[in-house]
Design a protein around this ligand. Structure first.
Ligand SMILES: [Zn+2]
Ligand SMILES: [Zn+2]
Length: 143
């Protein structure tokens, strides 16, 4: 896991490469997403940003998260509890599976699992995006 300063540098670089201005809020939110090992709900992002000393208004936080998704710097997925969660998105990662822990409720991006639906789709259907949901126990809950 990268430290605070290196993830900040990565965040700035990712935002600038997307052709956008690296504002304080954008850097702070993306940095939180980059340093998390699982997808985060709005409240989780808010808490982590505050813990890092970045006070972002809730309205701004919501807007920045949607902006990051829009710019493809992050993506969102809905968990078993119907809560949207966000995770940073390196542009090379496209389709992947999401692992929902049925105990602690954390959602992990399984970026090494690339669903190959294209092979099984009927003729004339073209896949644009896939979100596979897996359920089970995460390493912390799987004693
Ligand atoms: Zn768990
Ligand atoms: Zn994901």
């Amino acid at each position: 896991m990268s430290g605070k300063s290196s993830s900040a540098k990565t965040a700035v670089k990712m935002i600038q490469e997307a052709g956008a201005r690296a504002t304080v809020a954008r850097i702070a939110v993306l940095r939180v997403l980059l340093s998390a090992d699982h997808a985060l709900a709005h409240g989780d992002v808010e808490q982590a940003a505050h813990a890092a000393g970045d006070w972002i208004e809730r309205v701004t936080l919501y807007r920045v998260l949607e902006w990051l998704v829009d710019k493809k710097l992050a993506h969102k997925t809905v968990g078993l509890d119907r809560v949207w969660r966000f995770n940073a998105h390196y542009q090379t990662v496209s389709n992947h599976a999401h692992f929902n822990c049925t105990d602690c409720g954390k959602v992990y991006c399984m970026e090494s699992i690339n669903p190959v639906f294209a092979l099984t789709l009927p003729p004339s259907f073209q896949l644009q995006q896939a979100d596979v949901s897996l359920q089970g126990l995460c390493p912390c809950c799987n004693h």
